[in-house]
Design a protein around this ligand. Structure first.
Ligand code: SF4
Length: 115
């Protein structure tokens, strides 16, 4: 049996969570004080995901790049491929904050500032 210990990042309370895994299956989750934390902890040991933030090149803007983030969490093991995709993107100004500037595997890439 393996025990994973996390600090939950879902809300500012930061509960200390333990997840017991045996033969690849979650046996017990301890320490979370709400269902959202339990769901996050189980996902963290079975299929961890992250919101990805980066920058993308922009032509014709006041600055040469614009900051972007994924509209939803991305599986951690797919982040290197996403970063290659973002490195190959070149947008044209104007870009509005909140604008979906691209899509990768069905996940929207959203500008977090204008350019
Ligand atoms: S377990 Fe629930 S209450 Fe605790 S940090 Fe996570 S989301 Fe917040």
């Amino acid at each position: 049996m393996k025990v994973y210990r996390f600090t939950c990042i879902v809300c500012p309370l930061g509960c200390s969570i333990e997840v017991e895994v045996e033969n690849g299956e979650v046996r017990e989750v301890r320490g979370c004080t709400c269902p959202r934390g339990k769901e996050w902890a189980v996902q963290e040991v079975t299929s961890p995901k992250r919101i990805v933030m980066s920058v993308v090149l922009v032509e014709g803007g006041a600055l040469p790049t614009v900051s972007v983030k994924t509209a939803e969490p991305v599986p951690k093991d797919e982040i290197p491929e996403l970063m290659k995709f973002l490195a190959g993107l070149k947008l044209k100004a104007p870009v509005e904050i909140g604008q979906a500037v691209a899509e990768w595997r069905g996940i929207k890439i959203v500008a977090t500032r204008g350019a």
